[in-house]
Design a protein around this ligand. Sequence first.
Ligand SMILES: NC(=O)c1ccc[n+]([C@@H]2O[C@H](COP(=O)([O-])OP(=O)(O)OC[C@H]3O[C@@H](n4cnc5c(N)ncnc54)[C@H](OP(=O)(O)O)[C@@H]3O)[C@@H](O)[C@H]2O)c1
Length: 412
Amino acid sequence: METKIKIGLFGFGCVGGGLYEVLNQSKLLNAEIVKICVKSKDKERSIDASHFTFEKDDLLNNSEINTIVELIDDADAAYEIVTTAFRKGKNVVSANKKLIALHLEELIQLSRKHQVSFLYEASTCASIPVIRNLEEYYNNDSLSKIEGICNGTTNYILTQTHAFGKSYEEVLKEAQDLGFAETDPTMDVDGFDSKFKLDILIAHTFGKIVEVGEILNIGIRNIKEEDVNFGREKGLKIKLISRAEKIGDKVICFVAPHFVPEDHFAYNVENEYNCVAIQALFSDKQFFLGKGAGSYPTASAVLSDISALQFDYNYEYKKFKTGGDLEYSNEFYAKVYVGSPYKLTDEIEFVNIEESYSGLEYHYKIGWVKFSSLASVDFNKREDLFISFFSEDVKFEKTKDESRVEALEAAL
Ligand SMILES: NC(=O)c1ccc[n+]([C@@H]2O[C@H](COP(=O)([O-])OP(=O)(O)OC[C@H]3O[C@@H](n4cnc5c(N)ncnc54)[C@H](OP(=O)(O)O)[C@@H]3O)[C@@H](O)[C@H]2O)c1
């Protein structure tokens, strides 16, 4: 018999408030919110005060509640809530990518130990049903690549800078005024949010847990008009791409701006939309598109997880059986553009240069770099440098030019 889902809801902000509304409109779901825990005592609420508590134990110790839905904006507090819920034998639904990316292995083990479900579809690209598809439809090891636009704020900024020639600063301010971007936009614009989501996607795509700290995240904070203009002149748009590939027994992954051509899957994905492209051995490329943020789109993914709990659904992590043998690698070569108002020194070690430009006010170089060498430059903190990758495949072998340089050096 179907279990009635009795929910203890943490958070009544953008997503929690949206969930309350979509849950009330959903006729098919055998679920009800028993109590809501929030933080601030003096905030005005859209529903009666009797629904709320400020004490997390009112939910966690309530034996009537069998499901905790965690929708708060504090990853440390969420860790305490979620792990306690597991120990109390309650299923958990969460949208908290930071919490999940930072503690995935531990959270999986703890939820398994206490035989409860732990679902988090909304954590990654909000309304796009990518995790459940990776788990259920692509439940074998035939996937070789997953990449996408996983952050709505940066995609909005990049769309507006390209389409209307506005500066990064101008669009960021606009996005903050419209409520799309946080007052401190670091998590979004420096690529951390995209990295947390990529880390979760890697686990469900390849069955491998990569330490979040291993994944290089370069954001869009230092983009200049000249970089956008360079792209526009060549028919390219800049998109912040989260990218992971399985090549042999290696996994490579990173988040960085990319110049993408018109026939690229991400070219027409604009504003707050997100997308995910999956490369599979037999079905070739497949593409998901949807809203990557917002109250109702995100709540709809949370609702789908709650609905799945009615049928005792849980992720099985089948790919973990083979994914453990994969090795994270940053020893590959990639094609990049580096632009700067200052003449470029040798700080960025190109193994070959395909194009170089030096004008009165702007300079750039395009060529191949050893990816591991990029870690020595903190691009998010370097106002004078903007780096963007190209959509070309990365290479594990040395380029002919680099081999030649090494051979010459050895001969001297
Ligand atoms: N917004 C989106 O589009 C989106 C998309 C995907 C995923 N997410 C994720 O969804 C989660 C919620 O995001 P949001 O945008 O809804 O955040 P939000 O609008 O800032 O709301 C946060 C809510 O959490 C409550 N809260 C904070 N700390 C708490 C604590 N220790 N105990 C109880 N309640 C606490 C706040 O209480 P008060 O009301 O008292 O302040 C508020 O109701 C985050 O993990 C976020 O990354 C959001």
